[in-house]
Design a protein around this ligand. Structure first.
Ligand code: ATP
Ligand code: MG
Length: 441
């Protein structure tokens, strides 16, 4: 309806008409924010046991005593962050005087020991007092101890280290954790308690024994993935807050829950699917969210994951994919792409970009395997008689999508590789021992 073809037969999108129609269309959302990851709902279904355990550990803060340090872990989207934030709100509601302080640190964002100390300091004073680099760590630590006693006085301060595994991988990570879990020994008035959250189940193996004993006074709280029925309950409650009445049927919510349950019972994914389905329905100006909107939303999310995945690959893997892309682009579909061709084109690309090493056949073969495992390509091993074995490779995702993503990779853009035609496909050139010659005929 909104996608027209102009007089030259080219695709054209009429943005004015789109906005006019959108405004006239039905409004499905009542509170869109209720489907955002940062929203803390009034209820967290199926986290009763976890809430009960954490409430038990932290209750003594209500009477001014210091709760022990503890850890929460479980797979992604199982409600760890939401539960800890929920507890912080509840604890504040039930404190008659001096509610505890909470400093929340997301270690993927604030990731170095120095920045963690600076972040805690700045959060407590409420302004950017400590620069993000510069001072020696022990100086900030001393300042921080002083601040705890002067500013927080005899209250409790919870330090939540979310994604704590990222910190452990960093240089000095164990040391800062050790310091943070022993702050009370050097404080006169204030008392602190550390809550570590992680979705890497094995991260404890990387902790120093002394940190493990400081953090492990309590049994870790384990968050299990949700099944389809549990996700349905979570989505149902959120849909009631997010959408206007009668906009979504139970069957559609069940479909979202079922699709998300297949992907490791992740509530974040389930909510994302529901939100996207709502947005698609609104863009289509329908009065209700239908199953086909959920299916379309799932496809869009899968595409987003492909984009994210390609961007996160190391440069050499991107260049291996680029070689496959160029071979597909410049050959007709029926021409077979072998691992040998990919090796050749990758070598050409590596010569164009400074400081990029040429790889061996073996390394290229490893990258081909990785790309195949991730579902970006298919690779079938074929015997070539006495020439040995080779892999026959084919792109397994939409050509336009991969073109769009690769064209945004910095080095590919900088060296204009999107239009590069591999020498092995140039009919007037020939490559002999890494040298390119013009054919004389
Ligand atoms: N039991 C629940 N009830 C309602 N909403 C929930 C529940 N569990 C999770 N959610 C919602 O799902 C989303 C993801 O939850 P959360 O961020 O707490 O996951 P997480 O376990 O911290 O994941 P990660 O390890 O990836 O950080 C949030 O929007 C949260 O509100
Ligand atoms: Mg989290």
């Amino acid at each position: 309806m909104l996608t027209n073809h102009n007089e030259k037969g080219m695709y054209s999108f009429n943005i004015d008409r789109f906005y006019q129609n959108y405004l006239k269309g039905p409004k499905l959302f009542k509170n869109r924010e209720a489907l955002e990851p940062s929203f803390i709902p009034d209820e967290l279904p199926h986290r009763n046991l976890e809430i009960e355990k954490i409430a038990g550990i932290t209750a003594c803060a209500l009477k001014g005593d210091v709760p022990p340090n503890f850890l929460c872990y479980g797979m992604t989207g199982t409600g760890k962050t939401a539960t800890v934030r929920y507890i912080s709100q509840k604890l504040a509601q039930h404190c008659s005087n001096k509610p505890p302080w909470w400093v929340y640190i997301n270690c993927t964002v604030v990731s170095t020991p120095y920045r963690i100390l600076a972040h805690i300091y700045n959060t407590i004073v409420g302004k950017e007092k400590i620069p993000s680099t510069g001072l020696p760590k022990d100086v900030i630590l001393k300042k921080l101890l002083g601040l705890f006693d002067q500013h927080i006085k005899d209250s409790i301060c919870f330090l939540v280290l979310d994604e704590i595994d990222i910190l452990i991988e960093k240089k000095g990570g164990n040391e800062i954790l050790y310091n943070l879990t022993r702050l009370n020994e050097n404080l006169d008035q204030c008392r602190t308690s550390v809550i570590g959250i992680s979705n890497k189940l094995k991260f404890m193996e990387f902790l120093d024994a002394r940190v493990t004993s400081n953090l492990g006074e309590e049994e870790p709280i384990v968050f299990h993935p949700y099944d389809a029925n549990q996700l349905y309950d979570i989505l149902k409650l959120r849909a009631e807050v997010a959408f206007k009445e009668g906009v979504i049927d139970d069957g559609v919510i069940k479909l979202c829950a079922g699709l998300a349950a297949k992907e490791h019972g992740d509530a974040r994914k389930a909510l994302q699917l529901l939100r996207k389905a709502g947005e698609i329905a609104e863009c289509n100006q329908t009065k209700k969210i239908m199953e086909n909107h959920v299916e379309k939303a799932q496809k869009d999310i899968d595409k987003d994951h492909i984009v994210e995945y390609i961007f996160s690959m190391p440069l050499q893997a991107k260049l291996t994919l680029m070689a496959i892309f160029l071979l597909s682009k410049f050959t007709k579909e029926h021409i077979i792409i072998t691992s040998g061709d990919i090796y050749e084109v990758h070598s050409e690309l590596a010569q164009i970009i400074p400081n990029v090493k040429q790889l061996t056949h073996r390394r290229i073969s490893d990258y081909i395997n990785e790309l195949a495992l991730s579902g970006l390509i298919t690779a079938v091993t074929k015997s070539m008689g006495h020439y040995g074995r080779t892999k026959i490779v084919k792109l397994d995702i939409e050509f336009n999508l991969i073109e769009r993503v690769l064209s945004q990779v910095k080095k590919i853009k900088e060296y204009r590789l999107m239009d590069y035609k591999p020498i092995i496909l140039q009919t007037d050139k020939v490559k002999i021992k890494n040298m390119v010659f013009k054919k004389l005929i």
